[in-house]
Write a protein that binds this ligand. Structure first.
Ligand SMILES: [Fe+2]
Length: 385
């Protein structure tokens, strides 16, 4: 039985609509010379990155932009960004985007400070020193990578997602500005929102959950149940957008400290094998995995059902667990998440045994309420088809 629990957070988080310009007050006194901005081509094209460069121009901090963070960032992306950082003698990194730019930036900053190659840091706390200072500006409401110590990089040669869990990858400043999220299309809002819900639920049933993480997880679930439908239906609904930034952040607080479970362990394999969106894979697997977990810790699902807005009065723990699972499925359906794995491009049920072997190696599964056999993991994948 584990006796102590870490609590990992960025030293500073700036939150609120239009808060991006406030980073000038923090960057200027730090005396940085030149930033490597890590983002993607779309965010550069739609001029969202310009909102950041306008702030840097105003305080006369130099920068170069690396726009090569792909969805599911790869080892090559990290190497390319690292070369740009070295060639331009950058002394800090700013990630701008959703999970992919943040994870790519963490990979770059970690190797820049520690040497070697990103593959050397797969696993838990493998680095010797903190990464180059990272400021993480978030533009989605899902991964919470702007504030976590998790960095997921796809190794193209093995077709697997490497989980790098290292407290040295925590940003020094995280920025959550809902104004930067209105550009998200409904499908991305839905997928990232369900990723946040998965973080909260997996952290709540984790074997290393604490009252601190429980508090964050339950509030996150309440906010997602109340505001995700609205944010998907109308991207300009700023109250819904802002509440989803808080929900995402709270879910991040929960899973950064209580870790995750089999939804992520299994979704990483789908993402790595078929290059599929993380949030969608999670959303499809979530009810199937939690049906398995509800048999082990049904009492945890009473609170989840309540947070999802279900009336649980007079229900047994098992009935409340069923109500929680129904609420998750209803939310998924309402926001247009595909109903099963068969709807995902490239998915082939014949791959399930391989996916299950890899899922059992994923560190995220270690905190699931019950350790599953290969056959059980295969059955969960099949139940989600
Ligand atoms: Fe996630």
């Amino acid at each position: 039985m584990k006796k102590s629990y870490g609590y990992f957070m960025p030293p500073v988080t700036i939150m609120g609509v239009s808060c991006l310009e406030d980073i000038a007050d923090y960057i200027k006194p730090m005396g940085f010379k030149k930033a490597l901005i890590v983002s993607d081509k779309v965010l550069v094209e739609i001029q969202l990155v310009k909102k950041l460069t306008d702030v840097l121009d105003k305080i006369e901090v130099e920068y170069v932009i690396f726009d090569g963070a792909q969805p599911n960032p790869t080892v090559s992306n990290v190497n390319d960004g690292l070369k740009m950082l070295t060639d331009n003698e950058c002394d800090f990194v700013i990630s701008f985007g959703g999970g992919s730019p943040h994870d790519c930036a963490k990979g770059i900053a970690l190797v820049a400070a520690n040497g070697g190659k990103i593959e050397d840091y797969e696993g838990l706390n493998k680095s010797a020193k903190p990464q180059l200072p990272l400021i993480a500006v978030n533009t989605t409401s899902g991964t919470a990578s702007q504030m976590t110590r998790f960095c997921i990089i796809t190794d193209e040669s093995r077709h697997v997602k490497m989980a790098i869990v290292d407290w040295h990858t925590t940003a020094v400043i995280a920025v959550d500005d809902a104004d930067l999220m209105v550009a998200m299309p409904p499908s991305l809002t839905a997928a990232t929102g369900m990723d946040a819900l998965t973080h909260a639920v997996e952290a709540y049933v984790s074997i290393i959950a604490t009252p601190v993480t429980d508090c964050a997880a339950i509030k996150a679930i309440e906010l997602i149940a109340s505001y995700l439908r609205r944010a998907v239906a109308d991207g300009q609904d700023m109250e819904a957008r802002e509440m989803m930034t808080y929900a995402e952040y709270l879910a991040g607080v929960a899973f950064n400290n209580a870790s995750l479970g089999y939804v992520h362990a299994m979704a990483h394999q789908l993402g790595g094998f078929y290059d599929l969106p993380h949030g969608v894979c999670n959303a499809i697997l979530l009810p199937a995995v939690e049906e398995y977990n509800a048999k082990v810790v049904p009492e945890r699902f009473i609170d989840i059902a309540k947070a999802m807005g279900k009336n649980i009065e007079g229900l047994s723990a098992t009935e409340a667990a069923d109500a929680a699972l129904a609420a998750i499925r209803e939310l998924s359906a309402d926001i247009g998440i595909p109903a099963g794995l068969k709807e995902l491009k490239g998915f082939d049920a014949n791959d399930i045994p391989t996916l299950a072997v890899n899922a059992l190696k994923d560190a995220c599964g270690l905190t699931n309420p019950k350790q599953a056999s290969q056959e059980e993991i295969e059955n969960i994948y099949r139940a989600a088809i």
